[in-house]
Design a protein around this ligand. Structure first.
Ligand SMILES: [Ca+2]
Length: 174
């Protein structure tokens, strides 16, 4: 009976739906997970992550996210928790960025749409020169079947860049 219970629990965990929220969580990156150094409610593109919570600077509050990408082969980034969307509605993903050093294409923001666990569409904007805080913005209509969207702040695989991100947003466009 105990073994059966254990198997059932694992199956439930694997099949568990990804939580979808009404609004973006922790958009200003103000809270840190002490064990990992990552901002609360943001998932690393890969681990170990060169993207981390940082007190080096902030667009608002006291903290931001820093990506110190010293690899020309590895992508780095952080993905938000999922936010509920309606197909046919236009959404805008945005984030403020500051580039301390590095080359093109610099810093990027992605708007990603999800159907279940499948990413069905993604759109991006990038900037390669941002000495001061600069807002990156991308908007697109949610495709048929879309249930959720995420924001991904990102440094591409070919980029070696030191960038900061703060004040992300993901909202419908009026
Ligand atoms: Ca902040």
């Amino acid at each position: 009976m105990l073994r059966l219970l254990a198997v059932t629990t694992i199956a439930l965990a694997l099949g568990a739906p990804v939580p979808v929220h009404d609004e973006l969580l922790q958009p200003s990156f103000e809270a840190v997970v002490e064990e990992t150094g990552l901002p609360v409610a943001w998932q690393p593109w890969h681990e170990p992550s060169a993207a981390a919570y940082s007190l080096a600077d902030a667009h608002s509050g006291v903290a931001c996210v820093a990506i110190l990408d010293e690899s020309d082969a590895q992508s780095e980034g952080l993905r938000s928790e999922r936010v509920k969307v309606e197909p046919g509605v236009t959404y805008r993903a945005s984030v403020w960025t500051k580039i301390l050093g590095g080359g093109a294409p610099g810093a990027a923001v992605y708007l990603e749409f999800w159907e279940g666990k499948q990413r069905t569409a993604n759109y991006s904007a990038h900037v390669s020169d941002a000495e001061d805080w600069t807002q990156l913005m991308v908007e697109h209509v949610a495709p048929e079947g879309a249930e959720a969207a995420t924001v991904l702040v990102y440094a591409a695989s070919t980029t070696m860049v030191h960038s900061l991100f703060d004040d992300a947003a993901l909202e419908p466009v009026d």
